[in-house]
Write a protein that binds this ligand. Sequence first.
Ligand code: FES
Ligand code: FES
Length: 160
Amino acid sequence: MTRTIEVVINGVPYRHEVEPRLLLVHYLRDVVGLTGTHIGCETGLCGACTVLLNGAAVKSCTLFAVQADGATITTIEGLAGDGRLHPIQEGFWQKHGLQCGYCTPGMILAAYQLLSRTLDPSEEEIRRGIEGNLCRCTGYQHIIEAIRYAAEKMRAARGG
Ligand code: FES
Ligand code: FES
């Protein structure tokens, strides 16, 4: 038995029939075709599958697609606008915040949630903001610098 869900993803409305057991991460990747959301552990530990659900960072392997019915979702594909990188993406680029890139979409969306709460986070707040996201490559310091870079840039754009 399938159920109909309606969601808005990166500003685009979608309506699909889905199996009730379909995980949100599989829906995004396999049904909608947005493969920028990665799958790591599928058990809620690594954060590779992080997306924004109604503005809050969630691990999309921990939700069924039917639980997102009626929600607004942002994936990594929805962050850049007008052909320009989002400041967080730019920060990861400028500060070498990624190596293999597997964790990066989830890291960036976790950082997005953090910076939507404060544009002047301390190092500890940044570390706490990404504590649910694992990276096996970078040692985290470059990621923290990338988020700091983005915060500065976003503060400047806001006017200080
Ligand atoms: S794939 Fe979802 S937390 Fe690891
Ligand atoms: S850049 Fe490789 S896992 Fe983070």
